[in-house]
Write a protein that binds this ligand. Structure first.
Ligand code: MLT
Length: 313
């Protein structure tokens, strides 16, 4: 059966403003990314793309909000690795991670960076890790909720160190960063897109990145593998989603608008400044995003099991 793309449907879409759900609080990396895409897609689609911050439960609350939205393409979600890991960490989700989302396309990928408040008695990753291990629960680590990117990174760090810190949840790493800058919490494993401006402004201290190679914008920072944590690697990747059942012509039109954003030199320059990169052209469409989500659900199930990570939720 050849399903012909109904020109009428894609020509009329969108016929009203689009809501883009950001599943974390305003001011964090997901929010910054969402607003970058919304601004570009509004121009391309001729309808306003409005950001709706729906925080809570490590991003699963926002994901659930999309899963039950009408499948007409006027409600979208920007999400990252937490959507995949949530399938393992949450046993009472109101949605099926692999069935209830129609991927529109992959967006960007990049590392986390271990940062602390100014004044922590450590000036290198070696000193930071030694201090954290010695202090144990005496160290407060901010994150964005159980299973959020910052929390996944923190849980892997604790597992690699055989340590347990005092985990402080926020509705996003935007609010968490405010407390870190104010010295209210000690440390965080945060997306570079959120931390780089604070690091460059001297408002927080940075120690190492979670990629396998160093980050051009943070050339002096070693990787955690170089710091002795064998095999340690965490990459945060984002994708854009519509609800299951969204018509193919609508998915294609949304993907075309996403492509315009990912070819915009200003957006690509902003990505580079923030230590992240767009997925390669031709390898980031709906099918690639579906494959990435499926692979990451399986990967995080294995990583969480092998690290012996358990959470209460
Ligand atoms: C995360 O840790 O999952 C994100 O950094 C949270 C956010 O975007 O605020």
């Amino acid at each position: 059966l050849i399903t012909l793309a109904s020109p009428a449907l894609s020509q009329s879409f969108p016929d009203r403003p689009i809501t883009l759900i950001v599943p974390f609080a305003a001011g964090g990396p997901s929010d910054v990314l969402g607003r970058l895409l919304a601004q570009s897609m509004s121009q391309t689609l001729g309808q306003t793309v409005v950001i709706e911050n729906v925080g809570g439960a490590g991003g699963t609350t926002g994901a659930a909000r999309l899963a039950r939205a009408p499948a007409d393409g006027h409600t979208l979600l920007i999400h990252h690795l937490a959507l995949a890991a949530g399938a393992t960490l949450y046993n009472n989700l109101s949605y099926d991670t692999l069935k209830d989302f129609a991927p529109i396309g992959l967006v960007n990928q990049g590392p986390f960076v271990v940062v602390s408040k100014n004044g922590l008695p450590a000036t290198s990753i070696a000193e930071f890790l030694a201090y954290a291990k010695a202090q144990g629960r005496g160290v407060t680590f901010g994150h964005a909720g159980v299973g959020s990117g910052a929390h996944l990174c923190l849980m892997l760090l604790q597992s690699a160190l055989g340590a347990k810190f005092n985990e402080i949840p926020y509705r996003g790493t935007g609010p968490a960063m405010n407390d870190l800058v104010a010295g209210q919490i000690d440390a965080m494993c945060d997306q570079t897109t959120n931390s780089i401006p604070q690091i460059q402004g001297g408002r927080v201290r940075a120690y190492a990145v979670t990629s396998t190679a160093r980050v051009a914008q943070l050339p002096d920072l070693p990787t955690l593998q170089q710091a002795g944590l064998a095999g340690f690697e965490v990459t945060v990747w984002h994708a854009l989603y519509a609800p299951r059942g969204t018509a193919e012509p609508v998915v294609q039109k949304l993907n075309q608008a996403l492509e315009v954003a990912l070819k915009d030199p200003q957006i690509l320059a902003r990505f580079a400044d923030l230590g992240t990169v767009a997925f390669a052209e031709g390898q980031r469409g709906p099918a690639a995003a579906r494959a990435q989500l499926e692979a990451e659900v399986a990967k995080w199930a294995r990583v969480i099991r092998e690290a012996g990570i358990t959470v209460s939720n």
